[in-house]
Design a protein around this ligand. Structure first.
Ligand code: SF4
Length: 366
């Protein structure tokens, strides 16, 4: 059987999760984890798989510390797909995780094509934009570090670990040897492993929430962590949780700034965000009569998917689903209600942005 190759920078979104579980040894989230980790990302099966998460789960149950590490490459404006990563990070912070949220500006510049991030300065400008949203969503400055401003020990470690990955291993995992991507990867490995250095938290289980396409990085990092033992380091192998992708609001289109209406960006005005919900692809029937008789199809509806990923009110999301399949509501009214919910969220978010923009600028350029 031909092996599936995952390109972490590719445009392909993996939806054939069963294949990935079988081929790459990713485990499914157990019912026990879903029950005991009381957050909608688990309840609604938005987080679907893991590598080695059991040890972090045990720590959460015993109220023992663990490392909560995540990052965002600052290669564009933030949309609601990114918000989910921030929501997950905040949840693990509440569970007792030690915060390491990386704003990856160097990574974004070196690993993305010039058409997307032409200069390091552009990556830093995106860093300010992204950071202002992340702070408005509830993270504190002390939870976050900016990659380009990280301390010397981190960079020393990034160079040190570079000797523990060979060219053939690198090619086997990533397929090619692009120097910009290689340097971005070394920083990513340092991002995930450095919190376990004695200068930070010391040896400790860690969790990072990622999409399936990021799994090659995780496999490489776990390999490097083991090899670093030969030079005296001692790490817990990092764990990961895999999150489903939130697809675009339009049919067959990924979330993208260049395709109008395909995604809601955190910088959109409240009215624009509500309008995008109204124009999204729904799962309605041909006529009102048919919808009342047969019910709608929430499982193919982009509005339902969006709310499932973003509305923290589980009762409301369940009602949206049942009203839809029972034909109790038509799409126009349903979208109107969801548009209002998003509009209210965005109004509050934009109020907070007024306060966080200056702080974000200070953190990146100050
Ligand atoms: Fe989607 Fe709502 Fe229409 Fe159902 S009623 S298909 S959930 S927009």
């Amino acid at each position: 059987m031909k092996k599936t190759f995952i390109d972490p920078w590719g445009a392909v979104e993996f939806k054939d999760y069963e294949k990935l579980f079988k081929e790459f040894g990713v485990k499914k989230i157990s019912e026990k984890m879903r029950r005991e980790l009381k957050h909608f990302i688990f309840e609604r099966k938005i987080i679907i798989g893991h590598r080695d998460f059991e040890k972090v789960f045990e720590r959460i149950k015993k109220r023992q510390p663990f490392i909560n590490m995540t990052g965002i490459a600052t290669s564009g404006e933030l949309h609601f797909g990114h918000k989910l990563i921030v929501d997950a990070f905040l949840f693990f912070k509440e569970c007792g995780g030690k915060s390491y949220f990386a704003i990856c500006d160097i990574d974004a510049y070196t690993s993305r094509p010039d058409s997307k991030v032409p200069t390091l300065m552009k990556a830093k400008e995106y860093a300010v934009e992204n950071l202002s949203h992340i702070l408005a969503l509830g993270l504190k400055p002390e939870d976050i570090y900016i990659q380009s401003k990280k301390d010397q020990r981190y960079y020393e470690f990034a160079f040190e670990l570079s000797k523990k990955i060979t060219e053939s291993t690198y090619r086997a995992i990533y397929g090619s040897l692009d120097l910009g991507k290689v340097s971005a990867n070394l920083l990513q490995y340092a991002d995930i492993l450095h919190p376990q250095l004695p200068e930070y938290e010391g040896k400790m289980p860690s969790v990072t929430v990622i999409g399936f396409e990021q799994d090659p990085h995780l496999r490489a990092i776990r390999d490097v962590a083991q090899r670093l033992q030969s030079v005296g380091y001692d790490f817990e192998l990092p764990s990961a949780l895999f999150v489903q992708h939130l697809s675009g609001l339009l049919e067959g289109v990924k979330m993208s700034k260049t395709i109008s209406g395909s995604a809601i960006f955190l910088g959109d005005s409240p009215d624009v965000a509500a309008k995008k919900i109204m124009n999204a692809i729904d799962g309605g029937r041909k006529t009102a009569e048919e919808q009342k008789r047969l019910g709608g199809r929430p499982d193919v509806c982009k509005v339902y998917e969006f709310m499932k990923f973003n509305d923290p009110d589980s009762k409301r999301v369940k009602k949206m689903y049942s009203d839809c399949i029972e034909g109790k509501i038509l799409c126009g009214e349903c979208k109107q209600i969801r548009g209002e919910i998003i509009k209210k969220f965005m109004e509050k978010h934009h109020e907070k942005l007024g306060e966080t923009k200056e702080l974000a600028k200070q953190m990146v350029f100050g």
